[in-house]
Design a binder for this molecule. Structure first.
Ligand code: AMP
Length: 630
């Protein structure tokens, strides 16, 4: 048995041998002829010439052997529904959905945009696309029409699959009017919108000729058989948009074969889940964790996966543990914000249930602070494993590999670089940091299988965004500060750019600024991420109004702040709403006009604003202080 260090070293020094072994974990219709083609750095192609299919690996191959075993377990504490699909039943539903796609003219390579709540049909929609070689792009249901329109114009979907409404905290959250608005704003128009009618929003608008009803079409394709389309390993499986420093999100493009292998191997070596067990990830299909560890990963490994619609607190704070007991969950995956929410509840809710099947709990998406990590692991009595990764990578870059070696957990650390990632910490001049020295976490390419192959439609942006940190060496920049201790344990210290992380969700401050700027009263605005005990960070806005009379009294200030909130809600969704909008008459800038964001952030967090020798107008700082004190 290798140590994690030997395992990692083997993957870096002999990648062809290493990944050829890992590739045996999935089915190939045709074998690959080359493990990695890195002839055009930084672009890497994995398992060249191999033909496979994600849907086959996640569903069909298990349905053939274990048709009646649990595959998809849907639990909604919003509508009080529970439904279990066996592998055979899941395959049937996916084939029906795939037949509907074909009847609507969707072909291999076409994009299918999915804007849906956490319901089984959303999983069918993703698998059906993968089955026929269409490229899905799931947009988080919490995004509003502006965000959705940007994504429609970038992905240019032939078909959009949606639903009348989601549910949150017992209330229906209508989706369809947001989708109609987005299609109205977007230049690209989809041929069809396939609507899953949950009966939650009775009067939703139906556009004749464009909108079609899922239930009606499903009836017409009950006995449909749709074979899997065998894709060359590098052909795209999906696009997932993520925020960056510009206002325009990037479409992370994922391949097919490399992704399937990476997920299969991660289930074996990191998550330690196998056939017949159950995986419970509390994420959402709109995020990368949902793609990798609700939809594809567990099923590829032959596990059942839980799709949960609801909050951690309803009907009571024991709900997740009740699910663990009922479905004998062996691996759980959640986010630090959720742990911080649970920490505030009575621990009796956790101890009331039989959690004996649970091997360990994984946490990712944002820094897991030491006290929360310690509390959670002690309370649960089993390893809580912090793992660090990004939408771009699709699976962990830093984690403990308990499938290889049971290394001790250090609270506050996501442990070590994962096999396949030649990840190091660099100084700003491109040299490597020593132990206990803060630097930028970066990966020497090629990126391992499963990571983004490019930015959708923008190869140049892929190179310029991720691979231009230094002239030498060529590295993939994570845009995260990191530090490594004497024992080789890493800690992530936050972003190097203007991206903030709210409850594990990445938001670009530029996107929020652009949304706020849509309010007619706003002349200029700066948004920064401010530390928050529960959510890690929250956005805070400092805005200059065009007409001072709009903020002449405290009542007017409150009213304008409310208006700004609803502007953001309408464009980005409530997810992008700042915690506060402070109105000022000027923003702190350097003499060359650069916004002093770090100073703004420091002031908002009650810290020293730092070096201000280049500030244009020092009185702006006083205003910020006053606004924060008000
Ligand atoms: P996203 O692509 O939305 O998943 O966001 C990725 C970013 O979240 C990373 O670049 C980090 O800044 C942060 N992140 C994700 N996982 C962790 C973790 N385990 N510890 C610290 N930060 C994390």
């Amino acid at each position: 048995m290798a140590t994690y260090k030997e395992f990692h070293q083997y993957s870096i020094e002999q990648p062809d041998a290493f990944w050829t072994e890992q590739a045996q974990l999935i089915d190939w219709k045709e074998p690959f002829t080359q493990v990695c083609d890195f002839s055009r750095p930084p672009f890497a192609k994995w398992f060249v010439g191999g033909k496979t299919n994600l849907c086959h690996n996640a569903i069909d191959r298990h349905a053939a052997k274990r048709p009646n075993d649990n595959a998809l377990i849907f639990v909604s504490t919003e509508t009080d529904e529970e439904k279990i699909y066996s592998f055979a039943e899941l395959q049937t539903e996916v084939e029906r959905m795939a037949a509907i796609y074909k009847s609507l003219g969707v072909k291999k390579g076409d994009r299918v945009l999915i804007y849906m709540p956490m319901i089984p049909q959303a999983a069918f929609a993703m698998f059906a696309a993968a089955r026929i070689g269409a490229i899905h792009s799931v947009v988080f249901g919490g995004f509003a029409s502006g965000s959705l329109a940007t994504r429609i114009d970038d992905a240019k979907p032939a078909l959009i699959v949606s639903s009348d409404a989601g549910m949150r905290g017992g209330k229906a959250v209508p989706y369809k009017h947001l989708l109609d608005e987005a299609i109205e704003i977007a230049e690209h128009k989809p041929n069809h919108v396939l609507m899953v009618d949950r009966g939650l929003d009775k009067g939703f608008n139906k556009v004749a000729g464009r909108d079609v009803d899922y239930a009606t079409l499903r009836e017409q394709h009950l006995n449909a058989r749709v074979e899997c389309e065998w894709l060359e390993s590098s052909e795209p499986s999906y696009i997932l948009y993520t925020s960056g420093t510009t206002g325009k999100p990037k479409g992370v493009q994922r391949d097919t074969g490399g992704y399937a292998v990476a997920l299969a191997s991660s289930l074996k070596h990191i998550y330690c889940g196998g056939e017949g067990e159950t995986f419970f990830s509390t994420s959402d299909i709109g995020w990368v964790v949902g793609h990798s560890y609700i939809i594809y990963g567990p099923l590829i490994a032959g596990m059942a996966t839980i799709m949960y619609e609801g909050t951690p607190l309803r009907p009571d704070p024991g709900i997740w543990w009740q699910i663990v007991e009922k479905y004998k969950v062996s691996v759980m995956f959640s986010a630090p914000t959720a742990a911080r929410v649970l920490k505030k509840q009575d621990p009796a809710y956790m101890h009331k249930y039989d959690l004996s099947t649970l091997k360990h709990v994984f946490m990712a998406g944002e820094p897991l602070d030491q006290p929360t990590h310690e509390w959670f692991q002690n309370e649960l009595g089993r390893p809580v494993i912090d793992n660090y990764w990004q939408t771009e990578t699709g699976w962990p870059m830093l984690a403990a590999l308990h499938g290889v070696e049971k290394t001790p957990i250090k609270f506050g650390s996501p442990s070590f670089p994962v096999y396949g990632y030649n990840l190091k910490i660099f100084r700003e001049d491109g040299s490597e940091c020593g132990a206990n020295e803060k630097g930028i976490a970066a990966v020497i390419p090629p990126l391992p299988p499963g990571c983004l192959s490019t930015v959708w439609g923008q190869d140049d942006r892929f190179v310029s965004t991720y691979f231009t940190l230094f002239k030498e060496p060529l590295v993939y920049s994570s845009y995260d500060w990191a530090i490594k201790d004497d024992d080789g344990y890493f800690t992530i210290l936050g972003r190097t750019d203007d991206v903030i992380n709210v409850a594990g969700h990445r938001l670009g401050t530029r996107e929020i600024e652009e949304a706020i700027q849509n309010h007619a009263a706003i002349a200029e605005v700066a948004v920064v991420g401010v530390e928050d005990k529960l959510k890690g960070q929250v956005p805070m806005a400092f805005a200059v109004v065009k007409d001072a009379t709009r903020v002449a009294t405290p009542e007017l200030v409150k009213a304008l702040e409310k208006e700004v909130f609803s502007t953001v809600d309408g464009i980005l969704g409530a997810i992008g709403r700042p915690a506060r909008v402070h109105f000022v008459t000027g923003l702190p800038k350097t003499r060359s006009g650069k916004m002093l964001r770090r100073s703004l952030q420091a002031l908002a967090e009650g810290r020293d604003p730092g070096d201000l020798t280049t500030i244009e107008d020092p009185s702006t700082l006083e205003q910020i202080r006053n606004a924060l004190a008000s």
